[in-house]
Design a protein around this ligand. Structure first.
Ligand SMILES: O=C(O)CCC(=O)C(=O)O
Ligand SMILES: [Fe+2]
Length: 380
């Protein structure tokens, strides 16, 4: 009698993710990504955002459900002018369509704080996935651009000044593009104002007074990014290349405008990828690691990634919102109890971000050097 051994295909694989403290691992199902249901990634209507406390409490309930479940939701009636978005999107295309030499004027290599242009295929956010096909342009908070209280850096409190991360070279190196700075910053200012409104609702959903975060977000983490995902090449498609690899966002929450192309995927607790398809007139909002930490893991910072398999380029404009970087915060008292003691100690939001950015930059430099060495070996 002969016996046959049946080797079953694995049903899952391991995904390595970055955190500020080094890698963590998640088990991911090998099933195809499916569409998200409306319960998983709901749409929250912000029409009542400025209609009074009772309306905001209603929104807070919906936010609490979404934030503790998937940590991802859409917002509609967000109040950001469609024309402001369209102008920023148009500037995004103008910027990325420039030649490499022009984009190198604002290369991130010139930056101390990760501002500026990152070339396509020059980052690798998740080691268990390919390099990221996308290119990006980033800028960060500068007090003179604050829509609510613009002022020069020199007039900020002495303890805040060293934490300001915006750098002027990104605007100097794009000054040849007509209206680039004003169109891009108008979008950023709208996002910042919306984020300052939305953070009040987050406060309510954590049983805090709604102005709890106000003084903590006067000079906040407010990182603007424009992402451009080129059409994935046949070779990249064959090797399953990602537009942007699996990761969580870092700060309190992210406001994400995405175009109509699609490609954003979110990882469920069960390890299933689901698609957060574009919905016209909405932004996607997702919780970041610092909010998860502040809330003692009440709110979920969820893993996501981007695959662009369309026959066209894809664009997105995330806005990452966080506390003042000098603000040292531990777990919020309303999020703890005798049975649920604080899991995390206090840390400044700036240190928190810098820790991970630094780890990522170091690891990416290593990976790219390895890839470079392999290419040279193959070329020999
Ligand atoms: O492009 C997108 O849809 C998502 C971008 C993103 O997740 C990020 O920049 O952190
Ligand atoms: Fe993200």
């Amino acid at each position: 009698m002969s016996s046959t051994t049946v080797i079953e295909a694995p049903t899952s694989h391991k995904l390595e993710l970055h955190t500020a403290y080094g890698p963590v691992y998640r088990e991911v199902l090998n099933t195809e990504p499916r569409d998200a249901t409306e319960e998983e990634v709901p749409i929250i209507d912000l029409a009542g955002l400025s209609s009074g406390l009772e309306s905001r409490k209603e929104i807070a309930k919906a936010l609490c459900n979404a934030g503790t479940n998937m940590g991802f939701f859409y917002i509609k009636n967000h109040g950001i002018d469609e024309e402001v978005i369209a102008k920023a999107k148009s500037q995004l295309l103008t910027f990325f369509q420039q030649n490499t030499e022009a984009k190198e004027q604002v290369s991130q290599d010139k930056s101390t704080y990760y501002n500026g242009w990152k070339a396509p295929r020059s980052t690798n956010i998740s080691r268990t996935e390919s390099v990221d096909v996308k290119e990006s342009f980033s800028w960060r908070y500068q007090p003179e651009n604050d829509p609510d209280h613009p002022q020069p850096l020199s007039s900020l409190p002495a303890e805040v000044q060293p934490w300001i991360r915006g750098e002027e070279f990104v605007w100097q190196g794009t000054s040849h593009l007509p209206d680039f700075k004003s169109d891009v910053l108008n979008y950023w200012k709208s996002c910042l104002q919306l984020a300052r409104q939305l953070v009040k609702v987050f406060a309510l959903s954590l049983d805090l007074p709604e102005d709890y975060f106000d003084t903590r977000t006067t000079f906040p983490g407010a990182d603007g990014v424009m992402n451009y995902y080129p059409i994935t090449t046949a070779e990249e498609t064959a090797s399953n290349a990602v537009g942007l690899g699996s990761h969580t966002d870092l700060q309190l929450f992210t406001l994400l405008w995405q175009d109509e192309v699609g490609g954003l995927q979110v990882l469920t607790k069960e390890g299933q990828w689901i698609k957060a398809t574009p919905k016209p007139g909405t932004f996607v909002v997702n919780i970041g690691d610092f909010m998860m930490r502040l809330s003692n893991d009440f709110f979920k910072s969820t893993v996501h990634r981007v695959y662009n398999r369309a026959k066209v380029e894809r664009t997105s404009m995330p806005f990452f919102f966080g506390l003042n970087f000098n603000c040292v915060e531990g777990v919020i008292p309303t999020c703890t109890s005798e049975d649920n003691p604080p899991k995390y100690g206090p840390i400044s939001c700036g240190d928190w971000c810098q820790l991970r950015f630094k780890l990522e930059a170091e690891r990416m430099a290593k990976k790219l050097a390895e890839l470079d060495a392999t290419t040279k070996l193959i070329a020999k």
